[in-house]
Design a protein around this ligand. Structure first.
Ligand code: FAD
Length: 125
């Protein structure tokens, strides 16, 4: 927000080193002087959840870095797929419900196509 590119779009924030002020720590005169203790207190007082937990069983090609493969199959487990917000590789920039529905529709189509291609129904989920 302090970069030249944003200069035309944001009003300047007045410098304020009081941790209880609205814009602190952004308003700080020198961020390097903010202590860990101040930041921890700030987090205790101001942080809250947005109820959008994702990625606890993230998708990826490698079992070393992910839980499910690109077809939502659990790496190393036969016959088990996961399809919910837990498989997001990372947090999305918007709300998660629409992407969950879109991914479910996509996986349904993939499973139908696999079965139509001759795989035994339910054989490899
Ligand atoms: C307060 C709040 C506000 C939110 N607001 C928004 C918003 O405005 N917009 C938005 O896009 N997202 C919002 N979200 C996030 C959104 O609700 C979730 O990201 C989304 O629902 C995740 O979908 P999911 O399928 O992964 O899980 P869920 O929707 O939680 O579905 C899991 C389902 O599994 C069922 N279940 C659990 N255990 C079992 C079991 N053992 N056996 C059988 N069934 C089981 C549960 O009953 C539930 O129906 C909000 C979340 C919260 C908590």
């Amino acid at each position: 927000m302090r970069s030249p590119a944003f200069k035309d779009y944001f009003d300047p924030v007045l410098t304020n080193d009081d941790p209880s002020s609205y814009w602190w720590p952004y308003s700080s005169s020198d961020v390097e002087k903010i202590t860990d203790e101040q930041l921890l207190r700030f987090m205790d007082e101001k942080a809250f959840t947005l109820y959008h937990p994702v990625g606890s069983a993230r998708m990826g090609p490698s079992p070393a870095t992910s839980v499910v493969d690109l077809g939502c199959r659990v790496h190393g487990v036969k016959g088990l797929r996961i399809m919910d917000a837990s498989i997001f590789p990372e947090q999305v920039s918007g709300h998660p419900t629409a992407p969950v529905a879109a991914m479910a529709a996509k996986l349904s189509a993939m499973i139908i196509a696999e079965n139509a291609a001759g795989a035994r129904v339910g054989g490899n989920l």
